[in-house]
Design a protein around this ligand. Sequence first.
Ligand SMILES: [Zn+2]
Length: 119
Amino acid sequence: MAYITTSASCVSCGQLEDQLHIFFSCPRAAQVCLQVPDLWAHQVFRDNTQKDRSTIITCILWNIWKARNQKAFDNVETPARGVLRGFINDLSLWLFRAKNPSCKAALRSWCDSFEHVIG
Ligand SMILES: [Zn+2]
């Protein structure tokens, strides 16, 4: 029971933690977004299908969620670059599930693009 919290406060910054806070407004999540400031305008993103974009966004949010849980349950901070590394690793696995070759290519290009972002 030591790992169950009844607090509605964010474990990283102490603000009220709701979905918007966890994924976008928490400084921890904002640091991830700062690493990819042109996500929405990125040509690769604009060229992809709705399904590809949904997969990419889900993968980013999934890794922000995992980083949040690492802090909440294990008191381990995951730096933004670590979150993006997790994104690349997960997306690299997820692209094997893609049946459509163009979807595979799109997800692969995202992995490559983020590799470039984090260096
Ligand atoms: Zn926070």
